[in-house]
Design a protein around this ligand. Structure first.
Ligand SMILES: Cc1ncc(COP(=O)(O)O)c(C=O)c1O
Length: 451
């Protein structure tokens, strides 16, 4: 038998032990568990080790040191969780070892990227023939979309960037929200665009662009706006900004890493009204869609812009199939991550996905209410799943001591953030695992830490 029963049965048991321990184990690993990972630091192995022994070592030392970011009581960053169905599809896809570069190397992978593309565009009310690339995260999705944007603007000017390069390229302008997620600036940096070249659009108290103060755009401009501010969850005024951009011939990119999915919610979809008017979008699947890392999508209204920026051709690279997957991504060989996206969408359906999103937002609202009854001030308008909070007495150092105590209790984890020149805390709910019982435990941990 080719299949290594012993090895994979062990992995299954290890995974069970890991998941079933969620309720009893600390949300973040203790000091000893983290110290123990130093045991991995062995001299370069000369000879090999039995596969089962390798995996046993990984489980025995690695599992206790895991950060349970996928658990229902991890509220830091915006991390999502992993739906069992997507974990299972990921395991099976790994067994298949498919390369999503070419249709011929992964027929199912290529097909399911195409199917997911159609479903997502439908769910998000985006143009049905928009192009989509399946990349590793929102940073790369931003890079992919913005590179396509630049390609298109240069093409409009009659300049072939891929042939002639940046050195002699005409000037481009990039306008970004003053509150833009820092990874967009990183993506621009990778493209050779520096921070000092950017024009920052002023924002209001919630982090929304003040449209009246948006610098005037022209047909050499890319503007980057947000569906879901990383702290407040706020949405820019897409209708107004896209209208201005359309008239100027500018390209609008929306960073909707987590907030872009709000369109799927029946009750909150209107928050992102007009998002469909933009030219490109970057959205994480490993956040609110709850698929395993690494997974995100870059979407461009103009299919040719993406293809002209990314198509890789060589005589041996077969071009069969209805859509060549690598024409829409910076990489050639890559994991078939579109399969997990399909599995999650098929499992949830539009309604189930909308309910998951609404549940997270309702929980955020409920928790914000409880916090304000407990001596905290909520610093943002809780419009989706993000809550920024400080103490009523504005003692940010005491706040840190309290939240450190909560973290040390292992019962919940909230992330620090900087908001309006203050060192405060942020809660984000984006895991399908979070339940009311988790919120109760987290709230009790905060009250206990305050005592
Ligand atoms: C608004 C926003 N944009 C971009 C990113 C970057 O996403 P990733 O870490 O998947 O590259 C994040 C991550 O938190 C985000 O919240």
């Amino acid at each position: 038998m080719r299949f290594n029963e012993k090895l994979f049965n062990y992995v299954l048991e290890a995974a069970k032990e890991f998941e079933n321990g969620f309720d009893d184990n600390p949300v973040v690993p203790g000091i000893d568990a983290v110290k123990n990972i130093d045991q991995f630091d062995e001299p370069t192995p000369t000879t090999g080790t039995d596969a089962l022994d390798v995996i046993k070592m990984l489980h025995e030392i690695g599992t206790p040191a895991t950060t349970l970011s996928r658990s229902g009581r991890f509220f830091g960053f915006v991390v999502g969780g992993t739906l069992p169905v997507a974990q299972a599809s990921s395991w099976l896809t790994t067994a298949w070892d498919q390369n999503a570069a070419l249709t011929m190397l992964g027929y199912t992978a290529a097909k399911l990227e195409q199917v997911s593309r159609k479903w997502i565009l439908d769910m998000l009310d985006l143009p049905p023939d928009a192009a989509m690339g399946f990349v590793s995260g929102a940073t790369m999705a931003g890079f992919t979309a913005l590179t396509s944007a630049r390609q298109k603007l240069y093409k409009n000017m009659g300049y072939d960037l891929r042939k002639s390069g940046l050195k002699n390229a005409p000037d481009l302008r990039v306008i970004v929200s003053a509150d833009i997620h820092t990874t967009n600036i990183a993506a621009l940096n990778y493209m050779g665009i520096g921070r000092d070249e950017l024009e920052f659009a002023p924002v209001d108290a919630q982090g929304k662009i003040i449209t009246e103060e948006l610098p005037a755009m022209d047909d050499r401009t890319i503007v980057i706006i947000q569906a879901g501010n990383i702290n407040s969850g706020a949405f820019d005024d897409f209708t107004k900004i896209c209208g201005l951009a359309r008239r100027a011939g500018a390209w609008v990119h929306v960073d909707g890493a987590f907030g872009g999915w709000i369109k799927v919610s029946k009750t909150r979809g209107k928050m992102a009204k007009g998002m469909e008017l933009a030219d490109s979008w970057s959205i994480d699947c490993h956040k609110w869609l709850n698929v395993p890392y690494d997974s995100a999508i870059a979407i461009c209204r103009d299919r040719s812009a993406m293809m002209e920026a990314f198509t890789i051709s060589a005589s041996y690279l077969l071009t069969d199939g209805e859509r060549i997957p690598n024409n829409f991504t910076p990489e050639l060989s890559r994991r078939a991550r579109g399969i997990d996206v399909w599995a999650a969408l098929k499992y949830l359906g539009r309604d189930g996905f909308g309910e998951l999103i609404d549940r997270c937002c309702d929980y955020a609202n409920w928790f914000a209410g409880e916090l304000s009854r407990t001596g905290f001030t909520i610093m943002n308008d809780v419009v989706i799943n993000q809550v920024v909070f400080c103490l009523n007495d504005n003692d940010d150092e005491r706040l840190k001591r309290i939240m450190d105590k909560v973290a040390a209790s292992g019962k919940a984890w909230f992330g620090p953030t900087r908001w309006r020149e203050r060192n405060v805390y942020r809660m984000s709910i984006s895991s399908h695992e979070t339940t009311q019982a988790d919120l109760d435990v987290a709230l009790a941990a905060i009250k206990e830490a305050m005592d």
